[in-house]
Design a protein around this ligand. Sequence first.
Ligand code: HQG
Length: 191
Amino acid sequence: MPNHQEVSKLLSFVLRHQPQQLGIDLDAGGWADIQQLLRQVNATGTPLDHQQLLAVVASSDKQRFAISADGQKIRANQGHSFTVDLQLSPTVPPDILLHGTASRFLASIQTQGLQKMARQHVHLTEHHQAALAVGQRYGKPVLLRIDAAAMVAAGHTFYHTANDVWLTESVPPQFIQVPLDSPAIAEEIPV
Ligand code: HQG
């Protein structure tokens, strides 16, 4: 049996990025049929069963996946690299949101703003620790403060995912505040 982390990675790969690689069909909302998914995963030699799949979904630290109300389907709550209609409604965010990134991206972010890069949206959060952990994935973490209230006033739209991530199309530089006391900036911004 694969461990939970291995299953979580596999589900992210299939449900956010490459369903076709395992011959899995997603509908427009990004949902996969659980029975088909288990069949296809088993066909690759990975012995995943229904019970373990549900356990991984329930214990996911970031609640990455959702099971449909009828229990038949599964999808990723966010993070897709292909077009998917999550059917989220525009929602007014808290006045300030955070984005964790790596110090080496700062110069580019300060000129271009936050771009969605390979994903469908820019990801923002209210939670300090979560933002730091996200930034740490790419290098020395830096927290950016996003003036979400001003963005709303300027007509930007935000969506709130089932796992408490805030999504928006892009964040222009004027709404981004880089903490001036960040040691990462002192060390790396002049490059
Ligand atoms: C950076 C994880 C240069 C951006 C997390 C980030 C999150 C720029 C990287 C979710 C830039 C993209 C998303 C610009 C943005 N110039 N760099 N103009 N604009 N960037 O992984 O937000 O574990 O696509 O700061 O929890 O790091 O997958 O986005 O560093 O919620 O469930 O380009 O992924 O969730 O990286 O992470 P990503 P992210 P999971």
